[in-house]
Every structure is written in structure tokens, then in C-alpha cells.
Ligand binder design. Structure first.
Ligand code: HEM
Length: 220
């Protein structure tokens, strides 16, 4: 087998391990927090809990994708491997977040998410949370489209870079998305099931890393 095929295969295996490792980690976290400590019925694992796992894993990969260019510890040897890593993490994050969106739209109802509703209609927390989620998805769809092969040549490097930067706006919108829904629970530490921080808080902390690096380290 040619050496380049071997290398490709090793990279694919690494990507699979990286993706499954993160999904397993957040699956254990969500299961422990919501099923073991909070007592959510296991009947709600397939959609309600899986939705939480997909949302935080998606955010993790998006944050890593945007932080990796700016953080030496997350840089891989040569430039082409670095670009591959950023693209893979970004697309993995986008696709997991898209699955989160589909599941959320199926579940959204006062019975599943009472904090978003006053009676039959959404309250201001629900509406602000939803609009920020939609805006975040819109922002991330632009860099995701520009990763299609030949897009860089088709739109020109400046427009392509602008498209990539939309992701930072996406991160900011995602921060507001999790902030509006979760803030009141973040500060009630005594109520955290099993002393485990809410997933929305983990999401906010993850987002702050690339945003902080963007502000403090303009050039990679
Ligand atoms: C149309 C767009 C979106 C809709 C309708 C939506 C809807 C929701 C809903 C209903 C929840 C509550 C889930 C729960 O508590 O179980 C939620 C939580 C969350 N969403 Fe979204 N979302 C959208 C976009 C996004 C995007 C683009 C991201 C990531 C970049 C994201 C990340 C998160 C995270 C991390 C949580 C916290 C989960 C938790 O605390 O359990 N969402 N979203």
C-alpha cells in the first residue's frame, strides 16, 4: 500500500477517535447530570438528552476550530495538517449543531421546556433564546459553505476570509443563546445536580476561549 494512503488512513482514524472521544465524554456527563443526579426518565435519553450531547459537542468543536489557529498548544506541525484540523473541527461542530437544531425543533413545547413558556406562548426568555440560536446557525452556515472546495478561488480570498470571520459572530450569538436560557441556573450552584455545572454554562465557557483569543491575539 502506498505511504500516502497509509497517512490518509491514519488521519481518518484520528478524526474518528477525536469525534467519538468527545461524544463519549459529553454522553457520560449528560447521563450523570440529568439521569443519575437529576432523575430525568431514561425514556427521554434518545432525543432530550441526546440533544444536549449534540449541542455541547457541536459547540466544543466550533470553539476548538476557532481557537486552534490562535493557540500554540492546539497547533499541529505543518500548515496543511493545521488547515485540515481547523476544517474538520469546524464542519464537525456545524453538523452536530445542525442535528441539535432539528431535534430542538421537534421537542420544543411547554412540556419539555417549561422555562421558555408562559402558558401556551413563549416568554421573553424563550424568544430571545430561539432568535439567538437561529442567528448563530445562520452565521456558522457562511463559513461552512465557504469550506466547499474551490469556494476560495470562486469568491476571492478577502470575501472568503470575511465569511470565515462570521463564525465569531456565530460564537457571540451562541453565547447569548446559552446565556439567555441558562444564566439564572448558573448562579444557583447549590441546585446543580451532583454539583455538576449546567451544560449551558460549559458551553458559555467554551465560547469565551476563542472570543478571548480573538481579542487578545489578533495575528496567529
Ligand atoms: C435554530 C437554531 C437553534 C434552536 C431552535 C436551538 C434550540 C435550543 C433549545 C430548545 C435548547 C434547550 C435544550 C435543553 O435544555 O435541553 C438549546 C440549548 C443549547 N443550544 Fe441551541 N438551538 C439553536 C442553535 C444552536 C446553535 C447554532 C448552537 C451552537 C453553536 C447551540 C448550542 C446550544 C447549547 C450548548 C445548548 C445548551 C444545552 C443545555 O443546557 O442542556 N444551539 N438550544
Amino acid at each position: 500500500m502506498p505511504a500516502s494512503n497509509n497517512k490518509e488512513e491514519r488521519i481518518t482514524q484520528l478524526k474518528i477517535k477525536w469525534l467519538s472521544g468527545i461524544l463519549i465524554f459529553f454522553s457520560l456527563y449528560a447521563t450523570l447530570r440529568y439521569i443519575v443526579f437529576k432523575g430525568v426518565d431514561t425514556a427521554h435519553f434518545p432525543s432530550f438528552i441526546v440533544n444536549k450531547i449534540l449541542s455541547i459537542s457541536g459547540l466544543f468543536f466550533l470553539a476548538v476550530s476557532y481557537a486552534s489557529g490562535k493557540l500554540k498548544a492546539l497547533r499541529l506541525g505543518d500548515k496543511s495538517r493545521q488547515i485540515q484540523f481547523v476544517k474538520f473541527s469546524g464542519l464537525a461542530g456545524f453538523s452536530l449543531s445542525a442535528m441539535h437544531v432539528f431535534i430542538s425543533l421537534i421537542l420544543i413545547s411547554p412540556a419539555y421546556y417549561p422555562k421558555f413558556y408562559s402558558g401556551d406562548m413563549m416568554n421573553v426568555t424563550g424568544e430571545l433564546t430561539m432568535v439567538m440560536g437561529v442567528f448563530s446557525l445562520y452565521c456558522f452556515s457562511i463559513p461552512a459553505i465557504t469550506t466547499i472546495p474551490f469556494m476560495q478561488e470562486a469568491v476571492g480570498i478577502r470575501k472568503w476570509q470575511q465569511g470565515q470571520r462570521m463564525g465569531y459572530l456565530g460564537l457571540l450569538a451562541a453565547l447569548l443563546h446559552v446565556g439567555f436560557m441558562g444564566f439564572s441556573g448558573w448562579v444557583q450552584i447549590e441546585k446543580w445536580p451532583g454539583h455538576m455545572p449546567p451544560i449551558s454554562l460549559l458551553g458559555a465557557l467554551l465560547i469565551l476561549i476563542p472570543l478571548f483569543l480573538k481579542i487578545t491575539k489578533e495575528k496567529p
